[in-house]
Write a protein that binds this ligand. Sequence first.
Ligand code: ZN
Ligand code: ZN
Length: 337
Amino acid sequence: MVRFTVLASGSKGNSAVVSGGRTRILIDAGLSCRELFRRMKLAGEDPRTLDAIVITHEHQDHINGLAVTARKLGIPVYFTEATHRAWMRWLTPRRLMTYAQWLEQCRRQQAERQAEIDSAAVPGDHEDPGLENESAGPAVDAPAKSAGTPAKPAEEPHEAQSPGLKDDPAWLPAVEYFEAGQPFSIGDIDLSPFTIPHDAADPVGFVFSTEGIRLGFVTDLGYITPNVRAQLKRLDLLLLESNHDLEMLRDGPYPWQVKQRVLSRVGHLSNAAAAEFLADNYDGHAAYVILGHLSESNNLPDLARVAAERALAPRVSLLTNRLILASQHEPLFPIDF
Ligand SMILES: [Zn+2]
Ligand SMILES: [Zn+2]
């Protein structure tokens, strides 16, 4: 049996479970681990049966509970390499650099400074370069260790240690890389990742195929590119972003810059853009069309529904194009094939 369950969808957290054969995959982990498990149980899914987590992109509403969930379950996480790097940067910003990285930076800065001094032919009487530009001080990931930080770290490089695995916020049980445009498999499920236009490092949508069923999953995209259009064919289920109503966004509470970001070619898909795709480019094949990632500030479920219903009206039947709205606050009922 193939099953698809949306656990949460929206700017405060996204996650879904797809299962087929003996394989279960969590798509994004945008809620806390605790909340993810709670919702899985509500939806009749056992978190312990998950085999892997796949990540669409590194925005917080897609990765919030990632590290804790992956560690708790001891399962691999599938990223593109750029998304993994961006996620690590998000978790370990500059002030959290490891001691080894800090030493390296000290040496580099000292060398640069020395070169400057040499070229200017001025006698050097400089301060410890490592402390000069670092108001936050040395690695703060392990306070006990930083208490013993030598004043001149370069003298004792052998004491430079990366933090232990458990101290590293970016540590995961296993990391697997995939590339957009390169299909791959996790157990019994085939995944076809494709690039989407969004302001993240390397964002993707997916088509999941298992037991002859095809599920399309695409949110967080500024517009529907010809390639996205080509991927979303012959689906049995489509989860499509219907983020905002254009007028509500225009007149709504967001600052001007944020409105521009949402509206941009790397922002989010409006109700009108989703409806336009459903009316003009969608092949009408799916049994279920789920609207997702609805904005709570700039959309109303009824507006999204009516726009999509109008677009699908010529093609709705008892067996096809059943329209469902995914929610931010509760899991959707599991959809079985
Ligand atoms: Zn998002
Ligand atoms: Zn995003």
